[in-house]
Design a protein around this ligand. Structure first.
Ligand code: 5GP
Length: 188
């Protein structure tokens, strides 16, 4: 029988650099899979359906919620985001390790339904730093940035519930910490 894969849930404030961190990690660990979420938000330039997200309609997303298809889902910045339970199950049953990169409301749902996962929270060195990064990205309106920052303050509190916390003030150091967490589960 195949050994079950391990599920890693990675959360952090949007703009904290977790996307870059996970991308670098996956380049070094190509055997680890990254889950592709469903979302109702519109694609950003360069994003591809089925690669970055499965871009879907509000109506289809709500039907999937009703049918209980999501392991977790959340409303974030006026859009839905969610992870299909069947995909997670299939991947873990194949013995593959899987990363979910999701926001905290979703991570809290996974904690309840799948507590054997590892929960990693990526923190910015400071709120000021995060604000700078969000503005630097240039993809959000001022109102959206203010809303995200308010959410982040709350997330600092929530991060205490996670099994691991990484402060991303230096990508190389953060990457090493993430690698150490994964390596701890390779030989079990
Ligand atoms: P973005 O719109 O910038 O791609 O993502 C916004 C937020 O949604 C990020 O914090 C990202 O981690 C989160 N997110 C992406 N996919 C999912 C998902 O399937 N479930 C949940 N709960 N959050 C997600």
């Amino acid at each position: 029988m195949n050994k079950q894969g391990k599920l890693f849930v990675i959360s952090g404030s949007s703009g904290v650099g977790k996307g870059t961190l996970i991308k670098s990690f996956l380049e070094k660990n190509p055997q680890v899979k990254l889950s592709v979420s469903f979302t109702t938000r519109t694609p950003r330039p360069g994003e591809q359906d089925g690669v970055n997200y499965f871009f879907t309609t509000k109506k289809d997303f709500e039907t999937a919620i009703k049918n209980g298809e999501f392991l977790e889902w959340a409303q974030f910045s006026e859009n839905y985001y969610g992870t299909k339970a069947s995909y997670v199950e299939k991947t873990l049953n194949k013995g593959e390790n899987l990363i979910l990169e999701i926001e905290t409301q979703g991570a809290l749902q996974v904690m309840k339904k799948f507590p054997q996962a590892e929960f990693i929270f990526i923190l910015p060195p400071s709120l000021e730093d995060l604000e700078k990064r969000l503005r630097g990205r240039g993809t959000e309106t001022e109102k959206a940035i203010q809303k995200r920052l308010a959410v982040v303050k709350q997330e600092f509190e929530t991060s205490k519930l996670f099994t691991h916390r990484i402060i991303n003030d230096n990508i190389e150091t953060a990457l090493k910490e993430l690698q150490k967490i994964f390596d701890g589960y390779q030989n079990v």
